[in-house]
Design a protein around this ligand. Structure first.
Ligand SMILES: C[S@@+](CC[C@H](N)C(=O)[O-])C[C@H]1O[C@@H](n2cnc3c(N)ncnc32)[C@H](O)[C@@H]1O
Length: 218
């Protein structure tokens, strides 16, 4: 099936709260574990693009106490939930929240040792917003680690995934997950995006529904 776009910024209060309440602990911790295992020597200055309610930055700050993390989102509602989470975790020294929309964030160029992004790519009408920003923010030798959904072959398959993975979740969250699967890219589409961007990163399936896009920039 072709991509069906979903709203880019998750700025409704109800949507943001349903997302923040959902339990993504397994996939968020797996993301952080992979980042630390693979790029633990490149985590002094990290930017997390599309941080949502900041569960990933909080987990990363706990796993890598030397990491200074700038967590970015275009949604004020998400960032206000992120602010609460960062305060509750006593991590305001390690995590700085930044309201901004890619591309063209008001952050310094080539200032980060690692550029991370989980589950934001599929929100973007133009995926080059992510790849151009990653290139702009990363220092030479920086790590890039992006994880995102893979688009199923049909709406029926997308519905089956939603029921298998999240049958007991809030209806708003299930619909959001279905829409996200339909908006996601395929592995081949992401490989083509990277060729266009001139980025040499590996794209591999990371689970039955996720792909990982990773590497070190020259
Ligand atoms: C599905 S959530 C993922 C949140 C978090 N990374 C996680 O995995 O829990 C996607 C987030 O990306 C944000 N977003 C989407 N497009 C964006 C853009 N162009 N600039 C900044 N944030 C964006 C949305 O507002 C939303 O909070």
């Amino acid at each position: 099936m072709d991509r069906i776009l979903e709203p880019e910024i998750m700025d409704g209060r109800e949507t943001a709260e349903a997302y923040a309440r959902a339990d993504f602990s397994d996939s968020n911790q797996a993301f952080v574990d992979r980042v630390v295992a693979r790029f633990g020597d490149r985590l002094s200055s990290v930017v997390d693009l599309g941080c949502g309610p900041a569960d990933v930055p909080v987990r990363l700050a706990r796993a890598a106490s030397g990491a200074r993390i700038t967590a970015v989102d275009g949604s004020e509602e998400m960032l206000s939930l992120a602010r609460e989470a960062v305060r509750a975790a006593h991590l305001t020294e390690q995590i700085t929240l930044h309201l901004g929309r890619l591309p063209g964030l008001a952050l310094p160029e080539h200032a980060f040792d690692a550029v991370l992004c989980k589950d934001m790519l599929h929100h973007l009408p133009d995926p080059q917003a992510l790849w151009s920003e990653a290139r702009r923010l990363a220092r030479p030798g920086a790590a890039v680690y992006v994880m995102d959904l893979m688009r199923p072959s049909s709406p029926l398959e997308a519905r089956e995934i939603v029921e298998r993975v999240s049958s007991r979740e809030h209806p708003i969250l299930k619909e959001d997950f279905y829409n996200s699967l339909c908006a996601a890219f395929t592995v081949e589409e992401v490989r083509a995006q990277l060729r266009t961007a001139g980025l040499t990163l590996a794209v591999e399936p990371a689970s039955d529904r996720h792909m990982a896009i990773a590497g070190v920039l020259p």
